[in-house]
Design a protein around this ligand. Structure first.
Ligand code: BES
Ligand code: ZN
Ligand code: ZN
Length: 487
């Protein structure tokens, strides 16, 4: 899909579908008024008949019968001017492409006169995210190729080439993350994640290290070694490192992702119902890969590490057992009480490893606990950190990206429930506050480096299409991370 900020006026750009935005509490744009005049008042009549008020996601469409350089014009409601945020604009973009695709159209022109440059950018981002599909494993339709949008032109907006390029990079990052989440475990293996990391790391400023099973054992990654040993599928430890080509004096940001490509639960096996979705248990690594892909394209001023521990959690003859005592990369020992609490073991090694690079902060992302979903529902991710400044910056980034992030407490007292009689700590807390005890476990490996944990168990997978979000893997957190990293 090509996107362009056109210097021409709305009526000079020919396209299949024309899109006009309308705020609930503002007059129609001059463009809408002009379209209505050229159609002898037909647009106004249609809007009236449909009781169109400009409410969020409200849509009215009209065939122009060849009177204008577009076959169909649609007016999309954005709600009240002050209330519309990035997500609402992305939704509008997604609605526009849905309307276009349902008519087998290929090109869209957008009236951007009521929108700021940033708002137009988010709408274009929504157009890109709205076209995402996961259909590689389905036969092509018998009645010819599926429709696809080739062009989106925005007229009357101060949208710059730089913003358009940034939106493309963000969309590519989110869509890569969605794709990795949607791919089943027999396709998205640790080796596939590693190969992708190598691909991403061809960009300027990047280096990459990949370790296989033997190297993971030799390095002393006790957590990743244990979790991966019950699976025939080879594990990988992945470290992408980006330094701005023009150099930087600021310390790096380290992103750490849980990359469990399938979580059967290990010997503490999951019931069938809870297992089927567990191909998404690499959602944290998908967020890291998506963000690193965006970094590769946007070449920001900050240095960034992307670190992923990837393996399957299976039940093979060599599987780690409840009661095993693991010596982790940091030197701490962990008594395994539940092999299904595997993500924290893999992350612990990756967090301890990340500290060696003296990053300014470590942010780990993981589909870590069902408890986080129970507490926050399916749309919100949980944020855990004792670092006020980091918390503020992350919540600010999530707010600017309009992704749902909610801070939960680290509770020292509850943290005592992971004390072990046989080792330094156990990998299992008590019956309550499971998302918190998981975070407390990880905190044991962050030392004095500012660290934040984001539990994305809920928002990694969407049950249905909803505006710019598509059913399946959402690519959650990529946009927040890109905002956090900055230009
Ligand atoms: N991968 C799961 C968490 C999960 C659950 C992610 C639902 C996405 C949706 C994790 O490894 C796990 O199994 N957690 C256990 C922890 C328990 C054994 C302490 C859980 O949440 O039940
Ligand atoms: Zn598990
Ligand atoms: Zn898991």
């Amino acid at each position: 899909m090509k996107t362009n900020a056109s210097q021409e006026s709305f009526f000079e750009v020919s396209a299949d579908l024309a899109v006009i935005a309308r705020f609930e509490d503002q007059a129609p744009s001059a463009t809408e008024t002009a379209v209505n005049e050229r159609l002898q008042g037909a647009l106004g009549k249609t809007l009236e008949r449909l009781r169109f008020k400009g409410k969020p996601r409200q849509v009215a469409s009209l065939d122009t019968l060849g009177q204008l350089p577009f076959e169909t014009v649609i007016v999309i409601g954005l709600g009240k001017k002050d209330a519309v945020g990035p997500a609402g604009l992305r939704d509008a973009g997604a609605i526009a492409v849905k309307e276009a695709l349902s008519r087998h159209y290929a090109s869209i022109t957008v009236d951007g006169t009521l929108l700021t440059a940033d708002e137009s950018g988010q709408l274009v981002l929504g157009c890109r995210l709205g076209t995402y599909t996961f259909d590689e494993f389905q036969a092509a339709p018998e009645d010819g190729p599926k429709p696809a949008i080739t062009n989106v032109e925005v007229t009357g907006s101060a949208l710059s080439e730089a913003t358009l390029a940034r939106m493309e990079a963000i969309a590519d990052g989110v869509c890569l993350s969605r794709k990795l989440i949607n791919e089943p475990a027999n396709v998205c293996t640790p080796e596939r994640l590693a190969a992708l990391a190598v691909d991403i790391s061809k960009a300027p400023g990047f280096t990459v290290d990949i370790w296989d099973r033997q190297q993971i054992i030799d390095k002393g990654f006790g957590g990743l070694t244990a979790v991966s040993q019950g699976a025939a599928v080879e594990p990988r430890f992945i470290h992408m490192s980006y330094t701005p080509v023009n150099g930087t004096s600021e310390p790096a940001i380290a992103l750490v992702g849980k990359g469990i490509t399938f979580d059967a639960g290990g010997l503490c096996i999951k019931p069938a119902k809870g297992m089927a979705d567990m191909y998404i248990d690499m959602g944290g690594s998908a967020a890291v890969m998506g963000a690193m892909q965006a970094v590769a394209k946007t070449q920001p001023a900050r240095a960034v590490h992307g670190i992923v521990g990837a393996c399957e959690n299976m039940t093979g003859a060599d599987a780690y057992r409840p009661s095993d005592i693991l010596t982790m990369y940091s030197g701490k020992t962990v008594e395994v009480l539940n092999t299904d609490a595997e993500g924290r073991l893999v992350l612990a090694d990756a967090i301890a490893y990340a500290r060696e690079f003296n990053p300014e902060c470590i942010i780990d992302l993981a589909t870590l606990t069902g408890a986080c979903m129970v507490g926050l529902g399916p749309n919100y991710a949980g944020l855990f950190t004792d670092h006020e400044d980091l918390s503020e910056r992350l919540l600010g980034a999530a707010d600017r990206a309009e992704e749902c992030l909610w801070r939960l407490p680290l509770d020292k007292k509850l943290g005592e429930s992971i004390k072990s009689k046989r080792a330094d700590i156990t990998n299992l807390g008590g019956p309550y506050g499971g998302a918190i005890t998981a975070a407390q476990f990880l905190q044991n490996f962050s030392g004095d480096t500012p660290w934040a944990h984001i539990d994305i168990a809920g928002p990694t997978l969407a049950s249905k299409d909803d505006g710019y979000i598509k059913a399946g893997g959402t690519g959650f957190a990529v946009m927040t991370l890109v905002e956090f990293i900055g230009d």
